[in-house]
Design a protein around this ligand. Structure first.
Ligand code: CMP
Length: 137
């Protein structure tokens, strides 16, 4: 069993499609072992996305991620990291496969409805950024 970290981003929460994204998560066989709704500060978004701090989109991305609440999740199943990336689809919704979250719900490369860890080392940073051990069940 493997765990990955996921965010349902502000664009999806604002449009009230949190439940549709959660349905896709459960249909794909994930167990939700942690889940909460939070409103990130800009500084918290910057800390989370620090690996992108030199990218031209960093400031806009952190402003977007802190403009309204998100749902943060820890998902568990076999091969969770790769599987969640498959279920989300490509970063740019325009390039995502039909049926994926980003294809169905994403608005743009920035407002792409969902985030997922890209590697075990990333998940090992991202999960404890938001969750304590006691919150994972
Ligand atoms: P995410 O999986 O959350 O990881 C980093 C985010 O940066 C990514 O999803 C996109 O929302 C955003 N991103 C990546 N590339 C670009 C880009 N070229 N322009 C704007 N935002 C981007």
């Amino acid at each position: 069993m493997e765990r990955t970290f996921a965010i349902i981003k502000p664009d999806a929460v604002e449009r009230k499609i949190t439940g549709k994204v959660l349905a896709k998560i459960e249909e794909a066989g994930f167990s939700i072992v942690g889940m909460k709704k939070i409103h990130l500060s800009k500084a918290q978004a910057e800390g989370f996305y620090y690996v992108h701090k030199e990218r031209p989109f960093f400031n806009d991305l952190c402003a977007f991620m802190s403009r309204s609440p998100v749902v943060v999740l820890v998902l568990e199943r076999e091969n969770a990291i790769a599987k969640w990336r498959e279920v989300m689809g490509a970063t740019n919704p325009a390039n995502a496969e039909p049926g994926t979250i980003r294809k169905e719900f994403g608005v743009s490369i920035e407002e792409n409805s969902a985030h997922g860890s890209d590697a075990p080392e990333t998940a090992a940073f991202e999960i404890p950024y938001f969750f304590s051990q006691l919150e994972l069940v």
